[in-house]
Design a protein around this ligand. Structure first.
Ligand SMILES: Nc1ncnc2c1ncn2[C@@H]1O[C@H](COP(=O)(O)OP(=O)(O)OP(=O)(O)O)[C@@H](O)[C@H]1O
Ligand SMILES: O=C(O)[C@@H](O)C(=O)CO
Length: 421
């Protein structure tokens, strides 16, 4: 029976949240899509949806279905995970999904906190910062699907919900869990449905987690989950598992990296890998045809596969991405690359790859679906927000280690370091 039931609006975000919980000593399994059968055994079950940019109605329906599955399995608290940069459109989907969950759980109130200080996301006076920049000056204002043009989260969430949104400011958060709890109670009693809660440090996140021990619903990034394992432990529900929470089967097989993220971080990681490993950069613009790209990649990889990783990337700088989008249309360009990379993943697994890093949320979704992965058990962290995971798949050796990297996460040497872990 899971203690914590989580609903994540994308695949890499789900893994990020699971990683935080495992570091806190909970076992965690990420389930791909709304569960249809019994849930796997774990202290935390994270249902990974692709609902961030789905039509609002679909995102709400899938999130509610996931919530039903988690409640039926016995989850004591529900966590709705969204991006640490609050990725959403004016229509949602954060507000509408949270509204539906508040109604379903009949709790009337939930906190909202996307902070992830280790990765530079902090919330101060209700404003979200990425590093030293306000969200709307951090390049997130140019995101192709969810441009974030307002850093004031009270306003942003306020536009997505018919409920009222309040703020628990820095000065209160600094005073600790009891003060935060009192402030949230006052906001709820004065008719607010949500409280954006400031957080600049991990200590703030731990205090917020403690303050929300009795909440039926928590919404936020992975950071605010830091304080939750201690709540279950304090109630005698969670044994001391230590590092055993992150135990995975031993790693075997060939190593590979597939990159479909075009973020600055991923482009930097590919640049670093060029000097340390075989790297194939697919020229999608010159050859916009999935079958040709797959054949090129698998021919290139033949004879190179082994203990050291090969890196295959479709990632390109903004002007090249714009050129392909102009030629094919934005959705078709993304779909073409995702089709090619997921077929390359299947080909690599057929050729003995059993340790695979995938860069990019959409790309990870495509690869995981193509490989027919139903669930991922979460293992040790490689870099903040990115753990190794293990998936059962129908291959001769029965399993595959996967690391799903959010576009913006990971140090420059991530693609090499992952295989030293
Ligand atoms: N050369 C390219 N030209 C156009 N589109 C590309 C190219 N390479 C990759 N893509 C597409 O860009 C999209 C990248 O999205 P993805 O979610 O994988 O990465 P991200 O947005 O950086 O990661 P995250 O969602 O984790 O922050 C995918 O749809 C991918 O297929
Ligand atoms: O919170 C984050 O930044 C990530 O887990 C994520 O959701 C990236 O898509």
């Amino acid at each position: 029976m899971p203690l914590l039931g989580c609903i994540a609006d994308d695949f890499t975000g789900a893994t990020d949240l699971a990683n935080t919980l495992v570091k806190g000593g909970m076992t965690a399994v990420q389930v791909i899509g709304v569960p249809s059968g019994p849930l796997p055994e774990a202290d935390a079950v994270i249902v990974a949806l692709k609902s961030r940019t789905a039509p609002v109605r679909e995102a709400v329906a899938e999130s509610l279905a996931a919530c039903e599955g988690l409640l039926a399995a016995g989850a004591r608290q529900i966590f709705f995970k969204y991006c640490s940069t609050f990725d959403s459109t004016e229509a949602g989907n954060i507000g509408p999904v949270a509204d539906a969950l508040v109604r379903r759980l009949d709790c009337g109130f939930a906190l909202a906190n996307p902070a992830f200080p280790t990765n530079g996301r902090t919330v101060y006076q209700g404003h979200l910062f990425v590093g030293q920049a306000l969200l709307n000056e951090s390049r997130m204002e140019n995101h192709p699907l969810t441009p974030m043009r307002d850093a004031n989260l009270v306003r942003v969430l306020g536009r997505q919900t018919d409920g009222a949104v309040g703020l628990v400011p820095f000065a209160t958060v600094e005073q600790g869990a009891a003060a935060i709890r009192r402030a949230m109670t006052v906001l709820k009693e004065s008719g607010r449905r949500y409280a954006i809660v400031d957080a600049v440090t991990d200590a703030h996140l731990l205090a917020i987690g403690e303050a929300a021990a009795e909440h039926a619903l928590i919404t936020g990034g992975s950071g605010v989950a830091m304080g939750l394992p201690a709540n279950f432990r304090a109630r005698g529900l969670l044994p001391e598992r230590g590092e055993a929470a992150a135990a995975l089967p031993p790693m075997t097989g060939h190593a590979a990296v597939l990159a479909g993220s075009c973020s600055r971080a991923t482009l930097g990681q590919i640049g670093y890998a060029r000097d340390h490993a075989p790297v194939l950069e697919l020229d999608v613009l010159a050859r916009p045809e999935a079958a040709a790209l797959v054949a090129e990649a698998l021919d290139w990889a033949a004879g190179k596969l082994g203990a050291q990783p090969v890196v295959i990337a479709a990632s390109a700088p903004p002007e090249k991405v714009a050129a392909l989008q102009a030629k094919l249309g934005r959705d078709a360009a993304g779909a073409l690359v995702e089709e090619a990379l997921s077929a390359i993943a299947a080909g690599l697994v057929e050729r003995g790859v059993r340790r695979l890093v995938v860069a990019g949320g959409e790309t990870s979704g495509a690869v995981v679906s193509r490989l027919d992965v139903a669930s991922l058990r979460i293992g040790p962290e490689i870099d903040p927000g990115v753990p190794w995971t293990h998936a059962e798949i129908a291959s001769p050796s029965g399993g595959l280690h996967l690391a799903l990297k959010s576009g913006n996460f990971g140090a420059r040497d991530f693609f090499l370091k992952a295989f030293d872990a």
